[in-house]
Write a protein that binds this ligand. Structure first.
Ligand code: GFB
Length: 315
C-alpha cells in the first residue's frame, strides 16, 4: 500500500494557492523532485493545454490542490466560477493524469461536500446523504464530482487516485480580501486595521454562533504527504484538527492574538452558512496521522507571517 516518493517527479497543481504552497514547502523535505507550472504555462481550465503539458511533462505523482476557492460571500456571488472552473480543472487534470500513466494522484475535496445537517462529527459515510448548504453548493457539487471521478478511475482502471477533504483552513498565503476571503484572514485583517486606526469595534458577519473547525495549512500539507505515501483506497478521507470554535470565540481569540480588545458588532445582514461543520477524522488517525497544532498558536504564527510578508492590505 505504501508509495515511496524517492526519485519521483511530483506535480503540485495550484502551487500559488495557500494549500499548494504549503504542499510544496512540505514536499521539499522529501526525496522527490517537485514540479510546478504557472497559469501562463498551463491553464488548468483548458483541456488541450492540460493534455499537451501533461504529455510533455509526465509527472509520476500529482497533488491536485488547484481550485477556485473563497469564503461564504464569494461562493454565493460567483456560482459559475466555483462550479465550472472547478469541474474543468478536476476533469482535465484527472483524465490527463490517467492518460499519461500517473502512478498516484491526490485530489483535494472540502468539508462543504457534506450535507448541511449531517450528524456531527461528520463521518466520511455522510457523503450524499442529504441536501447541501445552499451558500456553497456550487463548490460542493464540483468537489463531489472530483471525488467521484477519482473513484471512477480506480474502479474502471485500477488507478491509484485518492481524495482527502480538509476542514476550514488558514495559514500563510491566505487571501485577505475582505469581500472574497474566509473568516479567519478577514477577522485578522479587521482587528489589525482597527488596532492601527484606534477603532473600538470590529464587525463580524452573521450571528457569531456558527461553529467551525480550523486546521493550519502546514498541518494539512503534512497530512497530505502522509496520505500520498501511506493511503490507497477509494474512500475520501477527512482531514481535520478536531478543534471547533464558534465564530464569536474565533473573533475573541484573534483579538487577543492581535492585541486589540475591540467590541464585536454582529452584522445580521450577512449569512451564517452551515450551523456546524466538525469532521470526524478518526480514520486518518487510525492510519497514523494526528498532528494538528493548537488554534491560538496557529493564528499567532499566521499573523506573524502576514505581517512579515507585507501582505497587509493585499487583495
Ligand atoms: O469562512 P467562511 O467565509 O466560510 O465563513 P464557510 C465562516 C463563518 O464566519 C460564516 C462568518 O458564518 C460567516 O458569516 N464570518 C464572520 C465571516 N465574519 C466574517 C468575515 O468577515 N468574512 C467571512 N468570510 N466570514 C466556506 C465555503 O464556508 O467554507 C467554502 O463557502 C469552503 O466553499 C470553506 O467550503 C471551507 O465556512 O461558511
Amino acid at each position: 500500500m505504501s508509495y515511496a516518493l524517492h526519485g519521483k517527479r511530483v506535480w503540485v497543481a495550484g502551487h500559488r494557492g495557500m494549500v499548494g504552497g504549503a504542499v510544496v514547502r512540505r514536499l521539499a523535505r522529501e526525496p522527490c523532485e517537485i514540479i510546478v507550472a504557472d497559469r501562463g504555462v498551463v491553464d488548468l481550465v483548458d483541456q488541450r493545454a492540460v493534455r499537451d503539458w501533461m504529455a510533455q511533462t509526465r509527472p509520476d505523482a500529482v497533488v491536485l490542490a488547484a481550485a477556485r476557492v473563497g469564503g461564504i460571500a464569494a461562493n454565493n456571488q460567483y456560482p459559475v466560477d466555483f462550479l465550472y472552473d472547478n469541474l474543468m480543472i478536476e476533469a482535465n487534470v484527472i483524465r490527463s493524469a490517467h492518460a499519461n500513466g500517473v502512478e498516484k494522484l491526490l485530489f483535494l475535496g472540502s468539508s462543504c461536500i457534506y450535507p448541511k445537517f449531517a450528524e456531527q462529527p461528520i463521518l466520511e459515510d455522510a457523503l450524499l446523504s442529504g441536501p447541501l448548504e445552499p451558500t456553497n453548493e456550487w463548490y460542493a457539487v464540483a468537489k463531489i464530482a472530483g471525488i467521484k471521478l477519482c473513484q471512477a478511475y480506480r474502479r474502471q482502471y485500477g488507478a491509484d487516485f485518492i481524495s482527502a477533504q480538509p476542514t476550514n483552513l488558514y495559514g500563510p498565503g491566505d487571501n485577505y480580501d475582505l469581500e472574497t476571503s474566509h473568516v479567519l484572514p478577514a477577522l485578522l485583517r479587521k482587528f489589525h486595521e482597527a488596532k492601527l486606526a484606534g477603532e473600538t469595534s470590529v464587525t463580524v458577519w452573521g450571528s457569531g454562533t456558527p461553529l467551525r473547525e480550523f486546521l493550519h495549512v502546514d498541518d494539512l500539507a503534512d497530512a497530505l504527504v502522509f496520505l500520498l505515501k501511506h493511503y490507497s483506497d477509494s474512500l475520501p478521507l477527512n482531514v481535520g484538527s478536531g478543534v471547533e470554535v464558534s465564530i464569536r470565540e474565533l473573533a475573541e481569540t484573534i483579538g487577543r492574538v492581535v492585541g486589540h480588545d475591540a467590541e464585536l458588532i454582529f452584522d445580521a445582514t450577512k449569512p451564517d452558512g452551515t450551523p456546524r461543520k466538525l469532521m470526524d477524522s478518526s480514520r486518518l488517525h487510525q492510519i497514523g496521522w494526528n498532528n494538528a497544532r493548537d488554534l491560538a498558536e496557529g493564528i499567532a504564527h499566521t499573523y506573524a507571517d502576514w505581517l512579515d510578508s507585507g501582505r497587509r492590505g493585499a487583495a
